[in-house]
Structures are given as C-alpha cells and as structure tokens.
Design a protein around this ligand. Structure first.
Ligand code: HSE
Length: 330
C-alpha cells in the first residue's frame, strides 16, 4: 500500500471563551487529500482546487508538517531512539522504505475556503499527518501528529497553536492544556448541532492575532476563567444551560468582532431563535452557533441568512454536527 485518501474535517477553534485552548471538529465541510509514498526524501504538493495555495512544501500548511516528519524520521533513524520509533508497540513489520528514502506526494482538493475561520489550514495539516502516518504503519501517536501538524499552523499564522489541529486529529471537542509540552484532553459532551455562517470576506489569522491586546485586566481574566471552566463542566455534565451561559468572551471577541459585519445582530438574534450561544469561529469571519437539536440549528441558519441577505453580503452556511472521528481514511 503506497497511497491513501483521507477526509480532513473543518474545525471551530476557541469555542468563544477558550482562545487557543478549546476546539471542536465538524462533520461538514471537509477537504479530500491523497497521499502517495515516494522513494526519495522530498515532499511534492499538487492542488486540485482554485485556491492557488503555495506549492513550495515549506510554505504550505500540508507540506511543512510532512517536512518536519521526514526530518524526525531521518534523525531518529541514526539515533538511539531508532529502535523505539521503528518498532513501536503494536507495530508489525518494517517501515515501507529505509527512513532516509521516504517522501510524500500530496494532492489536495480543498472544500474549506482559506481564511474562512473554520480551520482550512489545520485541515490540510491534520489530513497530511494522519495520511502519512497511515502509510508508514502508524508509527506515531496522535499527540505526535498534533506536534507535527502545528508546523502547518506556524506557516499559516506565524504561531504554533493546536486548537484546530487537535480536534481535527482526535475528533470531538478537545482541550489543549499546554502545547509545550503537549497535553491534550478529549472532552465528552452531549449531542450538539452546529450552525456556521461564513460571510464571504477573508480574515487572515495572522492579522486577527496582530490586533489583539497583549495584556488583559485581572477582572476580565477572572470572568474568562469562570466561563472556560463552566463550559468544560457544562460539556461533561451534559448541562445545556451551563454551556449556553459559559459561551461568553470578554477578551478576544470585543476586538475581533469589529472585523465581521453583522456580528452583534447575528449573535443576538440566533440566541433569540433558541441557540445555546456561540460567537466567532476561530479567528473569523465565520460565526458559529451551538444548538441542542437539529430543528433549532436550522432556524438559526434561517436567521443568519436573513441578516446577510438584508446586509447584502454574500455568505455560505452549514448546519452540521460534531465530528467524533477526526481525519478519516477513506
Ligand atoms: N486560536 C486561533 C486564533 C485559531 O483564534 O487565532 C485560529 O483559527
């Protein structure tokens, strides 16, 4: 087997109050990626969509994680850890090729528009590392895959963050307690329906990070801690009201929401239509809302559509659910 196709899901990072530490995976939309094993240590990127993403692997969000993997393979093969890496528990047989001769060709069909705020760069990164690991006989654990995938986020936004790639790889809702060292916790939750509206403007994550204040007031930090703890407790206790009360962000949203036309109205009217709550998806401009059932999620979509029709801004909506599997081999 020297070729694999994967489905890499969109993700919602931050979940309103948990900037850089909380995220969830969506059942729709997703990218389709094909990876082929090469017998020379290089990464080739080909794109099957019209997004003109960089074909230089070092500048591509799928390519950078794969280069990091190849580097670690080559280093480990010559170090004391070679035995451990090449013969991990549960692995049978040898690597398909000697470590110094492994490379990948990646072909990407993007459905998740870059700059949309639903984890487009992360889907490429997560899809690439899961597919590569599969071709190598699953020599790395999921946490290692997140470590590699964060190289893609560094390319996209200038900083490593895992709140899109972790849910993309693990599925479900993830808490990233720490990225150095990585400490990822999967959070159980009740059934949640997710409505997303993507107003057709582009917000670059790097820009949306640049505008944030570097310091926060202690009173705001305390309120935010309460909300993060409340949200996680709400998920675990399956307490929809607590989830709704905790979907509040007093630090990031007041700054970033200024970049999104109609934001306050969408939020207020979606809640009036029965959504538990929601806010900016990742760094925007998409806005997401959580609902306890599918009928409410569809009403929320209608509210979003009416608002953007009236404003006269093109948009795309998704009504979906939480993806429990993460990147899927198909
Ligand atoms: N936590 C990141 C941010 C997610 O908000 O900048 C980017 O998708």
């Amino acid at each position: 087997m020297n070729q694999v196709t994967v489905q890499a899901p969109a993700t919602v990072a931050n979940l309103v109050c948990g900037f850089d530490i909380l995220g969830l995976a969506l059942d729709e939309p997703y990218d389709i990626m094909e990876l082929r094993l090469l017998d020379e240590p290089r990464v080739i990127i080909t794109s099957k969509d019209g997004f003109a993403l960089p074909s230089d692997p070092a500048l591509n969000t799928a390519g950078a994680p794969l280069l990091a993997m190849l580097e670690e393979l080559a280093l480990t093969a010559t170090s004391d850890r070679a035995g451990a890496l090449l013969q991990p528990p549960g692995r049978t047989g040898a690597l398909p090729l000697p470590p110094g001769r492994i490379g990948f060709e990646v072909s990407i069909s993007k459905q998740i528009k870059p700059g949309s705020g639903i984890g487009s760069s992360a889907a490429s990164a997560a899809g690439a590392v899961v597919a590569a690991n599969h071709l190598l006989g699953n020599i790395w654990a999921k946490e290692d895959l997140v470590r590699f995938a964060m190289f893609g986020e560094k390319v996209a936004s200038g900083v490593k963050h895992a709140d899109n790639v972790a849910p993309g790889i693990y599925g479900g809702i993830t808490l990233i307690r720490s990225i150095f060292p990585l400490d990822i916790i999967t959070i159980p939750a009740p059934t949640l329906h997710v409505t997303v509206v993507h107003p057709q403007i582009e917000v670059r994550t790097a820009d949306a990070r640049q505008i944030l204040r570097k310091q926060v007031l202690l009173k705001d930090a305390i309120r935010q801690w309460g909300n993060i703890a409340g949200l996680v407790a709400g998920f675990i206790k399956q307490d929809y009201d607590l989830i709704g009360r905790s979907l509040e962000d007093v630090i990031i949203e007041p700054v970033r929401s200024m970049l999104i036309p109609g934001f306050d109205e969408v939020k207020q009217q979606c809640k009036a239509a029965g959504a538990l709550g929601g806010g900016i998806s990742g760094s925007g401009p998409s806005i997401f809302m959580l609902s306890r059932d599918a009928a409410i999620a569809r009403n929320v979509e209608k509210v979003m559509q009416d608002i953007y029709n009236r404003i006269g801004l093109d948009y795309h909506t998704y009504v979906t659910t939480v993806n429990q599997q993460g990147v899927k081999i198909i």
